[in-house]
Write a protein that binds this ligand. Structure first.
Ligand code: SAH
Length: 344
């Protein structure tokens, strides 16, 4: 079975190169082709001899994300891709343009096991983890298609990144490597539904990535109704892990809070949330729930969203209401892959 050469770390690639009796500088060249230039075939590696290219392609393949569909928002230029992977599976990515540059929202798994009741990603089931190279290929494909340089990455596409921990951490290192895309870890945000043991693992890696928690409720009773993962690790445990993360990394943690009408958007909920987060170096992102057909969740009224935000602020909690981008192209993830699966 051939292995994906793009999913090797620099050190792993180096060991492979040395083990086939080649000088070390070849690792740098090959790593650059794969990660800085994002080539999808060994033949494109023009400073590598034919012999060596043949040797490499005997043992390895190069993972990629083929563009299956592309949607461009007429409202704000947000671009959404449906990518096909080598085994015929699909994932989605979204490119958003902000004042400071381009941000990509990448998928980390094909599907998701977490079962959150408002989310589309979980509906089509879980197939497999993405390899580190496949997460990175989403950047390469989008960059070359749009002729842009991406500066920021959020892991908020399909999948639960901390349920694919090793590949995700390897992706951080590869995308940050000076011979690769060289994207600062400070420009990477990893979002989790709250896999507590992995939060501690990430903390111990001491990487300057931003941690975001999909909280969506102020207490276990409400949270367990919408997020089954909460039955395993409750809010107390999550907040405790976040406080430890902040203590150790000195980095602000963010909380995502999706507002659903009559579910989690009352004044009492806002007050309870403010109490929980009291004194913490954190920020709350308020997101009006995006209606997913089968889910039947209704977004909070604008009035309630603003009220919720005001209550948090009056109680000393930083909060912003997330601007909606790409609303005309179903930019929130999980929806395309599901439609595609229905067709096949
Ligand atoms: N599994 C990770 C990464 C997914 S990030 C996590 O849970 O954090 C995607 C974000 O969008 C999460 O905060 C998720 O809870 C949120 N989300 C999912 N479905 C949504 C919907 N219908 N409307 C608004 N936000 C949604």
């Amino acid at each position: 079975m051939k292995r994906d050469i793009k999913s090797l770390s620099y050190e792993e690639l180096n060991n492979e190169i040395i083990s086939i009796g080649l000088p070390k500088f070849r690792s740098k060249q090959i790593f650059e082709w794969l990660h800085k230039f994002g080539v999808s075939s060994f033949d494109e590696m023009s400073n590598i001899s034919k012999d060596l290219r043949a040797k490499l392609s005997n043992s390895f393949f190069i993972s990629s994300c083929e563009i299956e569909q592309r949607f461009v928002s007429e409202i704000d230029g947000t671009v959404k891709y449906l990518f096909r992977l080598y085994d015929g599976e699909y994932v989605e990515s979204v490119i958003m343009k902000y004042k400071y540059g381009y941000t990509i929202c990448v998928s980390s798994q094909v599907g998701c096991k977490m079962g959150c009741t408002f989310c589309a990603s979980t509906l089509a089931g879980f197939q497999r983890n993405l390899e580190a190279g496949e997460i990175e290929s989403q950047l390469h494909s989008a960059q070359s298609d749009l002729n842009i340089r991406i500066s920021n990455i959020v892991l908020m596409g399909i999948g639960e990144p901390l349920d694919n921990y090793d590949n995700v951490v390897k992706f951080f290192h590869n995308v940050n490597h000076e011979n690769g895309l060289n994207i600062s870890m400070r420009n990477i945000t990893v979002s989790t539904c709250g896999i507590v043991p992995r939060i501690y693992d990430l903390m111990d890696e001491e990487l300057p990535v931003t941690l975001t928690i999909s909280l969506h409720a102020p207490n276990d009773e409400i949270r367990s109704r919408t997020m089954p993962v909460n039955n395993k690790w409750g809010i107390e445990e999550i907040i405790k892990a976040c406080r430890a993360y902040i203590e150790k990394t000195n980095r602000r943690v963010s909380f995502e809070y999706t507002l659903i009408n009559h579910v989690n958007d009352s004044k009492e909920c806002a007050l309870e949330l403010a109490g929980r987060l009291n004194g913490m170096l954190c920020h709350v992102n308020l997101i009006p729930v995006n209606d997913v057909e089968e889910r039947g969740n209704v977004r909070s009224t604008d009035k309630n969203i603003h009220k919720f935000s005001d209550v948090l602020k009056m109680n000393g909690i930083n909060a912003t209401i997330r601007r909606t981008l790409g609303s005309d192209i179903n930019a929130s993830c999980g929806q395309l892959r599901r439609k595609r699966n229905e067709v096949e």
